[in-house]
Design a protein around this ligand. Structure first.
Ligand code: ADP
Length: 474
């Protein structure tokens, strides 16, 4: 089968990125192509993107887009078929996609309503030679696109909304209802009214034909008050059309065979020498497992648990390298650990893509003690690099790592170590388990080969999205 999908988002790799949303939006078109689904990505033409559009044909024109005209330019960037909404009065300005040095752009509600409006127009009417079967909206910035289809006619186009981060919900005051071209009847709590205003994410949640999140467990968690951030009831009410589809990782970028020195499941000498280089670079001498943390240093990531569990881990022979930045108190706590355990614990505060590759190549384990994790990427890098993930059993982490226990070890299925609840007792026990497993070379080798065989690429996810589109249009 197959068909056409208009993906609409505020970010897309390699054009514009502030977070994981951009990776997903940028990876999907190529991953879907092999399934027969032809995806094009509609994005705002931010100032920094304008230079790339020279010579691109205009495929859509809109006379009145909230205070000025808009037009859509079509092109291809790094293999991604892109539609850029060129509306200078909304997008040709200083700063990032959402803010300038002065703070958030004050007209964000209108800027992203305009993006959603054009997405709905194209979905409903089609371009001259390309009519989408499905509109796939991402996060609050595109949340009104399914709403516009629902309230102004969908022209036979189905809609999917994906939640990458429920913390951002796109709120605007209620008096903007008409300005945002939304009908009066939509302003009630069963539709897009939210705390007396308008939430574009909620608008999408109540109108989309299907809703996805970036892992099946996160989909379930979002229906609970602890994680739904106010929208749990809306999601629960739409439960039958909510599902989770895991993100993949770019296996050409995260490829042990492309590291220096290269290694793979059957040739681990490169990993051994990467470990030695790492220990030398950081002045470490670690008889037991060398663990890493590559993360934002925040409460969500459970970094505050480390000071309590690392001393026993070090005493048992383990070592740790932390790469990250974030909460100043947590940065200081990480520095203290390094000062307390010289030769065993090292810390690098900052963001360093190339170091993070070397860490995954050389380490034995990656620690991810998150309190919640919509999908999570570092545990998947760990799997691919044979750097065993030690993760809390939440959301996307629970969906990607098979924790070692008597049953999974007997079945030869374990790919890492899992723990729950997210506290120092359970985390400490997981690190003890890491020390014990590391002392059993045969078992350790089996775990590592299981981990490296676990599929983390986009193929599975793309097939799941394709199956969803088929179901909606079939
Ligand atoms: P989140 O998006 O919540 O921060 P994810 O695990 O989904 O968590 O993605 C985080 C990404 O950022 C991963 O690719 C991770 O390797 C990377 N990352 C985080 N901190 C650093 C850092 N200090 N240096 C290099 N890469 C980092």
């Amino acid at each position: 089968m197959g068909g056409r999908v208009l993906s609409v988002a505020s970010e897309c790799v390699p054009l514009v990125k502030t977070g994981g949303l951009a990776d997903v939006v940028g990876a999907l078109p190529a991953a879907l192509a092999v399934t027969g689904w032809d995806m094009r990505v509609l994005l705002p033409c931010y100032r920094a993107l304008k230079a790339q559009t020279a010579g691109w044909p205009v495929v859509w024109e809109e006379g009145d887009l909230w205070g000025g005209p808009g037009r859509v330019l079509a092109g291809t960037v790094a293999g991604v078929p892109v539609l850029l909404l060129d509306a200078p009065h909304l997008f040709d300005r200083d700063g990032g996609p959402y803010s300038s040095l002065q703070g958030e752009h004050p007209d964000n509600a209108i800027r992203f309503a305009a993006l959603s409006w054009i997405a709905a127009q194209i979905a409903r009417e089609g371009l001259a030679d390309w009519k989408p079967d499905v509109l796939h909206a991402h996060d609050w910035q595109a949340g009104l696109a399914p709403a516009y289809l629902a309230y102004h006619g969908n022209g036979g186009c189905k809609s999917v909304l994906t939640i990458h981060n429920i913390a951002f919900q796109g709120w605007a005051p209620g008096h903007m209802l008409g300005i945002l071209r939304l009908p009066g009847h939509a302003f009630h709590t069963d539709a897009l009214e939210y705390y007396g205003g308008i939430s574009s994410l909620k608008g999408g949640l109540v109108t989309a034909d299907w809703i996805t999140t970036v892992s099946p467990s996160y989909a379930a968690e979002l229906m609970r008050p602890e994680f739904g951030m106010g929208l749990q009831g809306v999601l629960a009410a739409r439960g039958p059309v909510v599902s989770g589809i895991l993100n993949g990782v770019d296996t050409s970028v995260w490829n042990p065979g492309a590291e220096e020195p290269p290694f793979g499941p059957k040739s681990l000498a490169g990993k051994v020498s990467a470990r030695a280089s790492l220990c030398q670079e950081f002045g470490l001498d670690v008889p037991g497992p060398l663990a890493i943390v590559v993360s934002r240093l925040t409460d969500q990531k459970g970094i505050d648990l480390l000071p309590a569990v690392v001393p026993d881990f070090v005493l048992g022979g383990g070592g740790l390298i932390v790469l990250g930045s974030g909460d100043p108190g947590m940065e200081a706590a990480m520095r203290n650990l390094a000062a307390r355990f010289p030769g065993r614990v090292a810390v690098r505060i900052g963001y360093d893509e190339s170091l993070s590759h070397r860490l995954f190549a050389g380490a034995d384990a990656v620690l991810v003690p998150s309190r919640f994790e919509p999908c999570g990427l570092t545990q998947m890098y760990g799997l691919r690099y044979g750097t065993l993930p030690v993760v809390s059993l939440v959301d996307g982490l629970a969906d990607t790592v098979i924790g070692a226990n008597p049953a999974t070890l007997a079945a030869g299925a374990a790919t890492g170590i899992t723990f729950h609840p997210v506290d120092t007792l359970a985390f400490g026990q997981a690190l003890t388990q890491l020390l014990v497993l590391y002392r059993q070379p045969k078992l350790w080798a089996k775990l590592r080969s299981n981990a490296m065989a676990h599929p983390v690429g986009w193929e599975t996810s793309a097939a799941a999205y394709a199956a969803l589109y088929e179901r909606l249009t079939g």
